[in-house]
Design a protein around this ligand. Structure first.
Ligand code: SF4
Length: 87
């Protein structure tokens, strides 16, 4: 029996095994000036919204094409779906 790798449509990069992309995003997040960066509570609350959103597919927001794990790290950024107003 072959081992089939299952793909979760709604996963974040953190969960999907996209290690290179995730590493690059974490490096970029670390470079965001503190005054522009969302605090950890806000960041996690935003990602909770994305985790429950139908537009999140394979770590990418299909509404705008961004990586929510990066977009959510900027205090000023907003969810690109005005109908949803998730964050
Ligand atoms: S539409 Fe908004 S809530 Fe949904 S994945 Fe994109 S950024 Fe997240």
């Amino acid at each position: 029996m072959s081992e089939e790798k299952r793909f979760c449509r709604r996963c974040f990069l953190e969960e999907s095994g996209e290690a290179d992309v995730l590493s690059d995003i974490r490096t970029r997040i670390a470079r965001i000036p503190p005054a522009q960066k969302a605090d950890e509570t806000l960041y996690r609350r935003r990602l909770d919204c994305c985790a429950a959103c139908d537009y999140l597919i394979g770590g990418v927001c299909m509404k705008c094409g961004c990586y929510p794990e990066f977009r959510a790290a900027f205090k000023k950024n907003r969810c690109p779906n005005p109908a949803k107003k998730a964050w």
